[in-house]
Design a protein around this ligand. Structure first.
Ligand code: KDG
Ligand code: MG
Length: 403
C-alpha cells in the first residue's frame, strides 16, 4: 500500500485551514489537519517543500515508522510547525488504515471505552447578565458542560468574549494583529462574582469551565483557584504560561480547583513533569499540535499512570478533520475526561462533510471507515487563504503580555 500522491490544500471558509491529503496506489485517501492558527503558511510550506517528497513511495501502513522517520529524521526536533506537520501525516495515515481495514479508526485503538464523548461548549457575554443568558442557552441546546467567559467591567478586551451576535473567533484577517489590553487585578476580583451568579442562577449540576488563557503568575493563579473553589469548576484552564512547569507547584499548594493545561504543547516533553508530579488534572494537548494520534495516545498513556485525564483542545481553528480524530481518540482512550467543542461555521461544515454527531451534550465519531471526514476540494478552492493573526495583548502601560 504505497503512497502515490500527497498534496496540501489551504482554504478559508470563514477562517483558514491547512489540510494534507494522502493518496495510495490502491486509491485510498487520507486527510490530516495541519492548521496552526496565525502561522498557517509555515506548516503548508514545511509539508509541501520538505515532507511530501519523502512520502511518495512509502508504505502507508508503516505509521509508527513514518512518525519516527519524520521526528528523528529531521534532526531539529519538536516545535509547533514540525509537530503540526507530522500530525497531519500521522492522522492521514490512520484515516487510510481505517479505510483499508473497513473500520472506524477507534476500532483500531482497542475499540470504544465508552458510549459517547462528553463535550463542552463556549458561552460568553459583555456583562454577567449576558453571560448567564448565554450559558443558559447552551444548556438548553443540550450541553452538560460549558466554558464561561465574561468581559471584565471597564476592560473591553477580556479573553474569549464574542463580538455582539457573532461566534467567537479570535484570529482576525488583516495586515497586522489586533492589540488588546489586559489588567490582572480587576479580573481577579471579578471572576468569582461571575461564577457566584452562574451557580446561583443555574444550580450546581451543570459543569462550568473557565479559561484564564495564560494571563497570570503562579501566585495570582493560586489566588484565583482558591476564590473559585465554592463554585466547584470542572477546571481552570491555562492559569499561567506553562513553559515553567515548576510554576504549577505554587498553584497546587494553594487550591483544589482542578487545573487543565496544554493546548499549546507539542509533545510529552512539555508535560511530563506536570503529569508525573500530578500538578495538573487534565492534559489539553491536541491531535493536530501534538504530533497526531500516534503521539497523543502516548501522552494519554503516560497521563493515565498519574490520574491525569484528557481534555483536548477543540477550538474553531482545529478543523473538522481534527475534531473527528479527537472523537476517535476520546471514544477509545481509557483516561478520557472531556473534549472541547467550539463548532465551525456553516461554510466550514460544507467544505468538510463529516460523520460525527452531537446529541445531549456528547458526541460520537460515527462508524464510517477511517475518520469519517472528507473535503470538497472544489468548494474549498472557492475560499482562498487570507492572512489572519491572533491578537497581541499589552498591559495598560504598554508592556507586551501573554494573550
Ligand atoms: O488559536 C488559539 C485558540 O485556539 C485558543 O485561543 C482557543 O484557548 C482556546 C480554547 O481553549 O479553545
Ligand atoms: Mg484555551
Amino acid at each position: 500500500m504505497k503512497i502515490a500522491d500527497a498534496k496540501v490544500i489551504v482554504c478559508s471558509p470563514g477562517r483558514n485551514f491547512v489540510t494534507l491529503k494522502i493518496v495510495t496506489e490502491d486509491g485510498l485517501t487520507g486527510l490530516g489537519d495541519a492548521t496552526l492558527n496565525g502561522r498557517e503558511m509555515a506548516v503548508a510550506s514545511y509539508l509541501s517543500e520538505h515532507i511530501v517528497p519523502l512520502l511518495i513511495g512509502r508504505d502507508a501502513r508503516r505509521i509508527e515508522d513514518t512518525w519516527h522517520y519524520l521526528y528523528k529524521g529531521v534532526y531539529w526536533r519538536k516545535g509547533a510547525v514540525t509537530m503540526t506537520a507530522i500530525a497531519a501525516v500521522d492522522v492521514a495515515l490512520w484515516d487510510i488504515a481505517g479505510k483499508a481495514a473497513n473500520k472506524p479508526v477507534y476500532q483500531l485503538f482497542g475499540g470504544a471505552s465508552r458510549e459517547e464523548v462528553l463535550v463542552y461548549s463556549h458561552a460568553s457575554g459583555a456583562t454577567i447578565d449576558h453571560t448567564v443568558t448565554a450559558v443558559a442557552d447552551r444548556a438548553k441546546a443540550g450541553y452538560r458542560a460549558i466554558r464561561a467567559q465574561c468581559a471584565v467591567p471597564g476592560h473591553a478586551h477580556s479573553y474569549g468574549v464574542s463580538k455582539a451576535g457573532r461566534a467567537y473567533e479570535p484570529a482576525e484577517r488583516g495586515a497586522m494583529p489586533a492589540e488588546t489590553t489586559w489588567s490582572t487585578e480587576p479580573y481577579l476580583q471579578f471572576a468569582p462574582m461571575l461564577f457566584d451568579r452562574l451557580r446561583r442562577e443555574l444550580g450546581s449540576e451543570i459543569q462550568l469551565l473557565h479559561d484564564v488563557h495564560h494571563r497570570l503568575r503562579p501566585i495570582e493563579a493560586a489566588r484565583l483557584g482558591k476564590s473559585l473553589e465554592p463554585y466547584h469548576l470542572f477546571w481552570m484552564e491555562d492559569p499561567v504560561p506553562a513553559e515553567l512547569q515548576e510554576g504549577f507547584r505554587t498553584i497546587r499548594q494553594h487550591t483544589t480547583t482542578p487545573v487543565a493545561v496544554g493546548e499549546v504543547f507539542d509533545s510529552i516533553y512539555d508535560a511530563y513533569r506536570l503529569i508525573q508530579e500530578q500538578l495538573i488534572d487534565y492534559i489539553r494537548a491536541s491531535v493536530v499540535h501534538a504530533g497526531g494520534l500516534t503521539h497523543l495516545r502516548k501522552i494519554a498513556a503516560v497521563a493515565d499512570l498519574y490520574h491525569v485525564r484528557t481534555g483536548c483542545h477543540g477550538a474553531s481553528d482545529l478543523s473538522p478533520v481534527t475534531m473527528a480524530a479527537a472523537l476517535h481518540f476520546g471514544l477509545s482512550v481509557h483516561n478520557f475526561g472531556i473534549q472541547e467543542h467550539m463548532g465551525h461555521t456553516p461554510e466550514t461544515e460544507q467544505v468538510f462533510p463529516h460523520g460525527y454527531t452531537f446529541r445531549d451534550g456528547a458526541m460520537h465519531p460515527g462508524d464510517r471507515p477511517g475518520l469519517g471526514v472528507t473535503i470538497d476540494e472544489t468548494l474549498a478552492a472557492a475560499y482562498p487563504y487570507q492572512r489572519a493573526y491572533l491578537p497581541v495583548a499589552r498591559l495598560e502601560d504598554g508592556t507586551v503580555h501573554s494573550w
